[in-house]
Design a protein around this ligand. Structure first.
Ligand code: ZN
Length: 474
């Protein structure tokens, strides 16, 4: 089937090939309003303010005064003092479908996302079989996702030492960019780039005008570090030193400089890399940076021995490093907070940090986890919206996502920011009840989630109808 004609596939940031588009684009917003959401706290790009948000054909028609009477016939959702946020955009999710769907899969991943206030996710190209490193691999992903997703879903491609010729066709087919590893990925079907291959890929990606997103740890530093095995977290931490990240970030920046490539550092854990990143950006290198909820909310000091649900690569580091990551967010060197949700079956979290799967499950919990820490550090909800919705949307070029503003998709998360809940892994929509947040009390309860003006989750219950669309880059 031609993907371009597939009605469930949306070309670019919201250009729909589905029903209901193309009619009445010139009509006044007032007459066609199907829904208004009213809150005393609407997070808009300029301010948090009382407002009434009008939804027309799945898009935001206007952000109106709070007291604006709803047009006749429009449904009214009065949110009271609950906060209306733009739906979260999580650009770093490992769905592992097809091939390792026992680890998660599109239905469970997107239900968890919906319950957690995420309305768009981008799926990583590895851990599925096949990986998304060829156009047929991308088609296999789309076939696995089609008609099974509760949120919008797009796809990253993968750049390996061996598939440079596939990057152009993948770019044409609508992937949002290319992921590479600079150290072993953990799965043999997704080999990492050595320095020569990084140079080749960076040149090719720049030629395509595409984005290169990189797992930045240096294999030489990892090999020279003490080997890790057994249940002690301190041993695992010593096996993934900051220097490995700092070195790899430096190599990536050098490649970006040589070829003019637009690059993005995935899951930054080592705050020591921040000065080099800030300096490169000031120098005109096109680089953006993400970090993850676990690096901002959990610390090495508190990881119990044997608790391999806390294992991820790069690792959760010490409290002082976490403080510096928050400073990086505050000053803008770090752009995005995304989950790096990387689940697996419970048997792969075997209590030995040498052999356990590296990955933390948090898709449903990211907003609450980050908000819990952010509020304690004096940040506001509009900061969280910028880090978890606006900036990731901009990273992926999703210009109809990431803001409550006219013309954007009517994607929302409704949050009760002062309420708390205690994380019960068995109550999450994640397919496997393994998470580092088990038993934690978090601030911020997601009341409901809306996708193009439809309520897709309500107090944790997800609508059974999968109304998400598959997205392509424009
Ligand atoms: Zn990842």
């Amino acid at each position: 089937m031609d993907e371009r004609r597939d009605q469930s596939t949306e070309r670019g940031p919201g250009r729909s090939t589905g029903r209901g588009t193309g009619r009445g684009a010139d009509r006044g917003a007032g007459r066609d309003v199907e829904l208004v959401l009213r809150s005393t706290r609407v997070v808009t790009p300029g301010a948090v303010r009382p407002a009434t948000v009008a939804v027309t054909r799945g898009r935001i028609g206007g952000v109106l005064p709070y007291d604006e009477p709803p047009p006749p016939g429009a449904a009214v959702e009065d949110l009271g003092d609950d906060v209306l946020l733009p739906g979260l955009v999580d650009t770093h999710v490992h769905v592992n479908d097809p091939g390792r769907s026992a680890w998660e899969g599109f239905p469970a991943a997107t239900r968890a996302a919906a319950a957690g206030g995420v309305t768009t996710l981008l799926d990583m190209p590895l851990n599925s079989l096949p990986p998304t490193t060829t156009v047929p691999g991308l088609h296999a992903k789309r076939a696995a996702a089609r008609s099974r997703v509760h949120t919008d879903v797009g796809f990253w491609g993968g750049a390996l030492p061996t598939n440079v010729a596939d990057l152009g066709p993948l770019h044409e087919a609508g992937v949002f960019g290319f992921k590479s590893f600079l150290s072993p990925s953990g799965v043999e079907e997704f080999p990492h780039l050595d320095r020569a291959a990084l140079d080749t890929v960076a040149r090719e990606v720049a030629g395509l005008g595409a984005l290169l997103i990189v797992h930045a740890e240096d294999p030489g530093h990892l090999e020279r570090a003490p080997r890790c095995g057994g249940p002690r977290y301190a041993d695992f931490l010593a096996s993934r030193p900051r220097a490995a990240e700092n070195e790899a970030v430096g190599a990536l920046l050098a490649a970006a400089r040589r070829h003019g490539t637009r690059v993005h550092v995935l899951h930054l854990s080592s705050a020591e890399a921040l000065p080099a990143l800030a300096a490169a950006r000031a120098d005109g290198v096109r680089v953006t940076v993400e970090t993850c909820p676990h690096f901002l909310t959990l610390t090495a000091e508190e990881v119990p021995d044997g608790a391999t649900e806390f294992k991820c690569c790069p690792p959760i580091r010490e409290a002082a490093n976490q403080d510096a990551l928050w400073a990086g967010l505050a000053e803008g060197t770090i752009d995005c907070i995304v989950s790096d949700h990387s689940p697996c079956t419970a048997d792969l979290k075997d209590g030995d940090f040498g052999t356990a799967w590296g990955g933390i499950s948090s898709l449903q919990l990211g907003l609450s986890a980050v908000w819990t820490a952010a509020r304690r550090r004096g940040h506001a909800l509009h900061d969280v919206a910028r880090w978890m919705s606006t900036a990731p949307a901009a990273l992926a070029g999703l210009d109809r996502k990431g803001a409550i503003a006219p013309g954007h998709d009517a994607d929302f998360a409704v949050l009760a920011p002062d309420e708390t809940f205690t994380v019960d892994p068995a109550a999450l929509h994640h397919r496997n009840p393994v998470t580092a947040y088990a038993g934690r009390t978090l601030h911020g309860v997601v009341r409901s989630t809306w996708l193009r003006g439809r309520k897709i989750a309500d107090r944790g219950a997800v609508s059974p109808e999968p109304t998400g669309r598959l997205l392509e880059r424009t």
